[in-house]
Structures are given as structure tokens and as C-alpha cells.
Design a protein around this ligand. Structure first.
Ligand SMILES: Cc1cc2nc3c(=O)[nH]c(=O)nc-3n(C[C@H](O)[C@H](O)[C@H](O)COP(=O)(O)OP(=O)(O)OC[C@H]3O[C@@H](n4cnc5c(N)ncnc54)[C@H](O)[C@@H]3O)c2cc1C
Length: 376
């Protein structure tokens, strides 16, 4: 048997690398092992959209330089299910960075700070009173499960599968970007709502394009599976020739596994922290990874400490987005939201913060929605 690590992180995506960096920042000299089944750089099905809130998280961990050479993308256009639009120039830009590059840079940053990276596909966890043993070989005081959607750690601790009703599926590919200033374009559709396509220009002549919908709608769709996702992408973004198409699940935060006391903490997609309004998950992965890393090397029960931190930082936001996701099952409310955003910058800011960060349903947004619904 090997030495006992202070923290073993399973999964070296944004959540896992943030957990490793945060543990080492909170307790310099901690023995942190970062395990991933893949060699880096590795691809990950994603829209590659990195919100400014995610950049804030990187800055908190002293890792903002991973985006330093990337082009900021300020233009945002949202097309509502009913066809109405809002287009704006964001004060705080997004970045569009292929995950092959972004995640490899995060891994490098974690290793530079002292994490030990090993390639391993974790299959089993034995949770004991004083330690956790992985695959009968690796011993840890605390484990952070950051192994993404459908991860093994979540199953091993009995936290259950994500219900289909709170699971989305999306396909992404790469295409030539439309001419002009780089823009993030979201095209919603009333058919099988909630469902939307995106085209996120990276600023280097390429765009990440994709389409996503809820799993039950995909199962019920006539073509089903990949053919349905690819077909809908072509319909909503006509003329776009996408290559390198891959799809993946998105566990939405409207249903999450419980935060439990103990030595095993779940972060990022493993904790179902994808925004149900937008499908954004990188910010929540970085944030929850940071909290998990700090709790893992802190005093007292790590699971209890982590639960408190997550509730303090995200509790209200998660309640508000869950409520709004339920209300917006009717596309008319989304049409009203986009119309309110087109009319009022304050409503637009509130919507963006709800979809990408820690935002709440503000009085300005609620008033704007009510007004549009009454007018419409
Ligand atoms: C098509 C699509 C588009 C998306 N677009 C966006 C977007 O534009 N912006 C955004 O913010 N979010 C987006 N998301 C969500 C975002 O991709 C995820 O929320 C984010 O990757 C979560 O990070 P994570 O670290 O939790 O998990 P991941 O990034 O999935 O990382 C998990 C890691 O764990 C490893 N792993 C898995 N199992 C094991 C195992 N048994 N042993 C060892 N290692 C293991 C994997 O190799 C992987 O490296 C999108 C998702 C999809 C599917």
C-alpha cells in the first residue's frame, strides 16, 4: 500500500484542478494527488464558453493567466423561442477556449502548485472510518469526486443517478465563424422546448457550434440520439458545416445529490452543478472545486464544512434558478424575458447573472417579465 494522501481528487477537469489548487492554497505543503483516466491535453464535449464569473474564480486561485492570450468576446445575441431577439455588447467579456487547451492549462497550473498528476481510471471506493481506499491501492484522508457527469465516485457513495428529467444532452462541433466581430449567438426553439443551438465565435476565425435538449425529449424525438441532435443543429444554424461533432450529458442543478458529511465530496458535474437555464457549468465547477479543496484540508468534518460553504455561496442562486427553470417550461415566459432584456439593460444584466453566475431573480427582472406578459 502507498502513503496516505491528504486529498485525492478524481477527475482533472475544471472542478478537479480547482480543488487541487485550492487545497494547496489553503494548506501549502498538503499532499494532493490528481487522478484522471485521460492523458492531457484531452477533448471534452463543451461549448467552450468561459464566463467572466469563471475568470473571477481563476483569479481567486491565482490562475487567471490561463486565459491571458485569448480573445475577449463581447457581442451576445439571444434569439427567443418565439423569434424575438436581444443583442448587446457585454461590459465583462466571455472567452471561448477549446477544452483541449483550457483543461490542459488548468492541469499544468495545478501541477505547478504542487499537485501530483497520475493517469488512472478509478473504479472502486472503500470508505472507512479514518480513510478512503481507491481501487484497493490509493489511500486518501479525503476524496474529491470531480469525475463529471455519470461519474464513478457519485455512484460509489450511493448518491444515485441523475434523473432523466433533470438531464440534458448536447452535441458540439467546430465550424468557420461568421464574418464580423466575434459573437456568442444562442438560438432557442419552441420545438421540444427547452432546447437551443449556439454558435460561439472564438475570435480566431473558428466557432464552437452545438445543440442541446432535455434527455426525455431526445428519447421521444423521431430520429432519436445523435441523428436528432445533428439534424436539429443544422436546422437552427443553416449553412454551418460542423466538424468534430461529439455529444455528452449535462446534469442540471434543478435536481442535485445531497451534500453529506464525511470524507467524500462531490464537485462540478458530479454534483449536478450545471445551470438549468443555460447549460453553463464551468463557473460552478471551478467554484465548487475551490470550496471542496478548502474543506478537504480544513478542520472538522470535511463534508459538513463543504455543505456549509456550498449553501453560503450558491444556496439562494440554486433555489432561484430551479424556480425559474420550472416557470420557463412555458416558452412564452422566455419570450417575455428576452423582450424585457431588449427593453431594459438592468433586466438583461440580471438574466446574464442568473444564467452565468450567482444571480437572483431581481425586482427589475420580475417587474420586466410581468410587464411583458401583461403587454403580450
Ligand atoms: C455539449 C456541451 C456544451 C457545454 N457548453 C458549456 C459552455 O459553453 N460553458 C460552460 O460553462 N459549460 C458548458 N458545458 C458544461 C461543462 O462542460 C461542464 O459543466 C464542465 O466540464 C464540468 O467540469 P467538471 O470538472 O465537473 O467535469 P469534466 O470537465 O467532465 O471533467 C471530469 C474529468 O474526470 C475524468 N474522469 C471521469 N471518470 C473518471 C474515472 N473513473 N477515473 C478518473 N478520471 C475520471 C474525465 O476524464 C475528465 O477529465 C457544456 C456541456 C456539454 C456536454
Amino acid at each position: 500500500m502507498q502513503q496516505t494522501w491528504d486529498v485525492v481528487v478524481v477527475g482533472a477537469g475544471p472542478a478537479g484542478t480547482a480543488a487541487a489548487m485550492s487545497a494547496l492554497r489553503t494548506r501549502p505543503g498538503a499532499r494532493v494527488l490528481l487522478l484522471d483516466r485521460a492523458d492531457f491535453p484531452r477533448d471534452k464535449a463543451c461549448g467552450d464558453g468561459i464566463a467572466p464569473q469563471a475568470l473571477d474564480e481563476l483569479a481567486r486561485m491565482g490562475a487567471a493567466d490561463v486565459l491571458a492570450d485569448r480573445v475577449p468576446v463581447r457581442r451576445l445575441r439571444i434569439v427567443a423561442p418565439g423569434g424575438g431577439q436581444v443583442a448587446t455588447t457585454l461590459e465583462r467579456p466571455d472567452h471561448v477556449v477549446p477544452r483541449t487547451l483550457f483543461d490542459a492549462r488548468l492541469v499544468e497550473a495545478a501541477v505547478c502548485r504542487g499537485a501530483v498528476l497520475q493517469r488512472r481510471t478509478v473504479r472502486r471506493l472503500d470508505v472507512r472510518a479514518d480513510e478512503v481506499v481507491l481501487d484497493d491501492e490509493v489511500r486518501a484522508r479525503v476524496v474529491v469526486g470531480a469525475d463529471g457527469a455519470n461519474g464513478v465516485v457519485r455512484r460509489a457513495v450511493g448518491a444515485g443517478r441523475q434523473p432523466d428529467t433533470a438531464m440534458a444532452v448536447a452535441v458540439r462541433g467546430y465550424a468557420a465563424a461568421p464574418p464580423g466581430e466575434p459573437e456568442q449567438r444562442i438560438v432557442m426553439t419552441a420545438r421540444d422546448w427547452p432546447a437551443y443551438a449556439w454558435s460561439f465565435a472564438a475570435g480566431d476565425g473558428t466557432a464552437n457550434v452545438g445543440f442541446g435538449m432535455l434527455l426525455p425529449s431526445l428519447r421521444a424525438a423521431p430520429r432519436g440520439g445523435r441523428a436528432e441532435l445533428h439534424g436539429r443543429l443544422e436546422e437552427l444554424l443553416p449553412g454551418v458545416r460542423a466538424e468534430r461533432l461529439v455529444s455528452h450529458h449535462l446534469p442540471l442543478s434543478s435536481v442535485r445529490p445531497p451534500l453529506r458529511p464525511g470524507r467524500v465530496l462531490l464537485a462540478g458535474d458530479a454534483l449536478s452543478l450545471i445551470n438549468p437555464l443555460t447549460g453553463e457549468g464551468i463557473f460552478y465547477a471551478l467554484l465548487s472545486g475551490r470550496l471542496a479543496g478548502a474543506a478537504a484540508v480544513g478542520d472538522g468534518d470535511p463534508g459538513r464544512a463543504y455543505a456549509r460553504l456550498v449553501r453560503d455561496e450558491l444556496g439562494r442562486h440554486l433555489r432561484h434558478t430551479t424556480l425559474l427553470a420550472r416557470l420557463t417550461r412555458r416558452p412564452r415566459l422566455v419570450d417575455a424575458g428576452v423582450a424585457a432584456a431588449a427593453r431594459s439593460p438592468r433586466s438583461l444584466d440580471a438574466l446574464v447573472e442568473l444564467g452565468l453566475g450567482r444571480g437572483l431573480i431581481t425586482p427589475a427582472l420580475a417587474g420586466g417579465l410581468a410587464r411583458e406578459l401583461l403587454l403580450g
